[in-house]
Write a protein that binds this ligand. Structure first.
Ligand code: PEP
Ligand code: MG
Length: 305
């Protein structure tokens, strides 16, 4: 499931989710009166890992800027004309490495002796990942020098939200353990359509042939390379869209806690082989009929999505 606050943690048990596929760490920064330091962050991440117990948590590093503004952030900066495409997420972390180091240090401290999965958001070029990974390695070296126990297992991934990365998969895949596809931003940038614009909300469908074809090829590439892949955008939480994602090959989705039950219900009624074969014929549609055709498939197979 997706989470971002300590309040979300009890849902891990009652929703039936197998873990947290996206922990939005920025929410902790937004609810605080000021920038939390290493100690405060360590306490928060420790509680999250404690409460998640043996279930995995994929922490996303700081994702501020764009639609996620810190109330105490420096307001003197000239705002970007297109904030979603502006100075945000890993771009902020790379330009303000102390901010990223502080967070990585806190995550490493909290995960001493246990499993840590950390992912960098909005990576547009492999070189950005390489620099971020180097910062993480600096923190690991620092831990070792001080004899602080390291995580028992460390996995490092990226959020796949920027289309430019599609053409650097060969360089990226050997460097990462997992990838989480952020379909909200990926669709926003692919269609050049503001995700918050009410005028555009009906115009482009994530169940469009082009977008599905892209997701299908991404899943295949990651599977072939042995890189774990999941999808954590809003579409994964809608039963019909989730059905399509499973049809094209996804086996790991991260959704709002309230969506876990309905998605599981859909999965239990689904014949994946039959759906995948049915979907093969949909990629070539030149219109907006895919959603309706998938609804027909669901109805024909006795479930409502
Ligand atoms: C996404 O872009 O799909 C995503 C999960 O990140 P956010 O919605 O927080 O931008
Ligand atoms: Mg995003």
């Amino acid at each position: 499931m997706n989470a971002g606050l300590l309040l979300d943690l009890p849902h891990l048990e009652d929703s039936g989710a197998e873990g947290i596929g996206l922990f939005r760490t920025e929410l902790q920064f937004i609810v605080q009166p000021g920038l939390p330091g290493v100690k405060e962050q360590t306490e928060i991440y420790t509680r999250i890992l404690d409460e998640a117990a043996d279930k995995p948590v994929m922490f996303r590093t700081l994702y501020i800027g764009g639609d996620k503004i810190l109330p105490y952030q420096d307001g003197s900066r000239t705002p970007d004309e297109n904030p979603a495409m502006g100075w945000r997420a890993i771009r902020v972390g790379l330009d303000r490495p102390a901010l990223l180091r502080t967070q990585l240090r806190a995550l490493l401290h909290a995960a001493a002796g246990r499993h840590l999965a950390v992912m960098f958001p909005m990576v547009a070029e492999v070189s950005e990942f390489i620099v971020a990974r180097r910062i993480l390695d600096l923190e690991l070296t620092r831990l070792a020098r001080r004899n602080v126990p390291a995580p028992s297992k460390l996995e490092v991934g990226v959020m796949f939200e920027v289309p430019a990365l599609i053409w650097q998969l060969e360089q990226l895949m050997p460097l990462i353990d997992f990838v989480a596809i952020g379909s909200n931003d990926l669709a926003q940038f692919l269609f050049a359509a503001d995700r918050a614009s009410p005028r555009l909300s009906e115009r482009y469908d994530v169940l469009a042939p082009g977008f599905l074809r892209l997701l299908h090829s991404l899943v295949e590439r990651f599977n072939e390379a042995g890189v774990r892949v999941s999808l954590c955008g809003e579409m994964a939480g809608k039963p019909l869209d989730a059905m399509a994602l499973i049809g094209i090959g996804f086996r790991s989705l991260s959704v709002a806690p309230s969506a876990v039950g309905p998605i599981k219900l859909m999965i239990r009624r689904l014949d994946v082989g039959e759906l995948s074969a049915y979907m093969e014929n949909l990629y070539d549609s030149a219109d907006h009929s895919v959603r309706e055709k998938l609804k027909d498939f669901a109805l024909d197979h006795g479930f409502v999505v």
